[in-house]
Write a protein that binds this ligand. Structure first.
Ligand code: PHE
Length: 359
């Protein structure tokens, strides 16, 4: 057997039995390194007679190429093997539940406000807002509550600034969201309108169902042909969707507000069985809001002609509605900032209320 053939056999065997990249590298050096066996054979070409060179040079070149080719193939096999071992040992189970992380919760008041806004938006109402520090005029006078009116006492108002020397009006923390009715209607394009006004209001009162700050939602619809039946339908439609009870029953109880005439307080039919409140059935009634047809004097305060325009207004306690819907017994807990309470009663931030997924 020729020397070339022998060298080839030796190296091909070595290559095929090598186990790792280090072995392979030492085989490469042994064959093709500066002083490698194949390199030495190649160097000998220069010393050959022309005749011999013509025969051996191509054979030696072929030997070199074959060894390079085999080294390369083996290297790929070993690398593939390494990768396969890694794939089978380094894997993660992506079906395992994620580690618990503390997620913030949406406060029930925010959630319920979003729910209410969602329902009224669907009925064509848009949102209006106003300042929490109001003048006497917006909070009382413009709403047909003159200074000597007894209703001013009923409101337990917080006064934040007394009438000063310059004759400026005293400011109050608004006792209800009704002043936004005025602020909206006095705008040049204020009427006709359908608006709701969610917001904070303030009264000096504190017990299980009263806090000095609470949340109201005002509703106002003004147009040329609005009557009490529109008010009734709107509120029934709202309650049916909000409480998700098909046969909801509302009672419109005659009442008095200076800014509406006629006025009605609205109660919802309910029962208390074993201390558990059920809505839509039973012989108890629970008051949920005040409402009525906007008083002509209120329209006049906004320079709106009551002979052309009329409409309805209502005001509901957002916190009350949240207590009813989610069974929260004490109003004060809403404002305690107790993180354990929020963890229990709060809502998932990704669970956005929408009419289409049942709020
Ligand atoms: N503003 C009234 C209150 O706070 C509620 C109300 C609003 C009543 C609109 C009638 C019409 O008690």
């Amino acid at each position: 057997m020729s020397e070339i053939k022998k060298t080839e056999d030796i190296f091909l065997k070595l290559i095929s039995s090598s186990k790792n990249l280090e072995d392979l590298e030492s085989i490469r050096i042994r064959a093709l390194g500066k002083k490698g066996e194949v390199s030495n054979l190649m160097k000998s070409i220069g010393l050959m007679e022309e005749k011999e060179r013509k025969i051996k040079a191509p054979l030696l070149n072929a030997l070199k190429d074959k060894i390079i080719e085999n080294l390369e193939k083996k290297k790929n096999l070993i690398n593939e093997d390494i990768l396969n071992k890694r794939i089978s040992s380094e894997w993660s189970d992506i079906s395992r539940p994620v580690r618990p992380t503390h997620k913030g919760k949406i406060h029930p008041i925010s959630q319920v406000t979003d729910e209410i806004v969602e329902i009224f938006s669907d009925l064509g109402f848009s949102i209006a807002e106003g300042p929490q520090i109001e003048s006497d005029w917006y909070n009382f006078d413009a709403l047909n509550i003159p200074p000597e009116h007894p209703a001013r006492q009923e409101f337990d108002t917080f006064y934040v600034k007394q009438n000063n020397k310059n004759g400026e009006e005293p400011n109050v923390l608004r006792t209800h969201t009704s002043p936004v009715q005025i602020r909206h209607m006095e705008k040049t394009d204020g009427v006709p309108c359908r608006i709701i006004v969610p917001g904070k209001v303030f009264r000096s009162d504190y017990d299980q169902t009263h806090t000095p700050m609470f949340n109201q939602l005002e509703g106002l619809a003004i147009d040329k042909d609005i009557n009490m039946s529109h008010l009734k339908w709107t509120l029934e439609e709202f309650c049916r969707t909000f409480f998700d009870i098909e046969d909801i029953v509302l009672r419109f109880r005659s009442s008095h507000f200076p800014f509406t005439e006629p006025s009605a307080e609205v109660d919802i039919r309910c029962s208390w069985e074993d201390g558990l409140l059920k809505l839509g059935q039973g012989d108890s009634w629970l008051e949920i809001l005040g409402s009525g047809m906007v008083h002509p004097n209120v329209l006049r305060s906004c320079k709106v002609d009551p002979k052309i325009y009329q409409g309805f207004a209502f005001g509901m306690g957002i916190d009350r509605l949240a207590m009813l819907k989610y069974g929260i017994p004490d109003l004060r807990s809403f404002f305690d900032s107790d993180i354990r309470w929020l963890d229990h009663y709060g809502f998932d931030p990704l669970n956005k209320p929408s009419i289409h997924n049942g709020l």
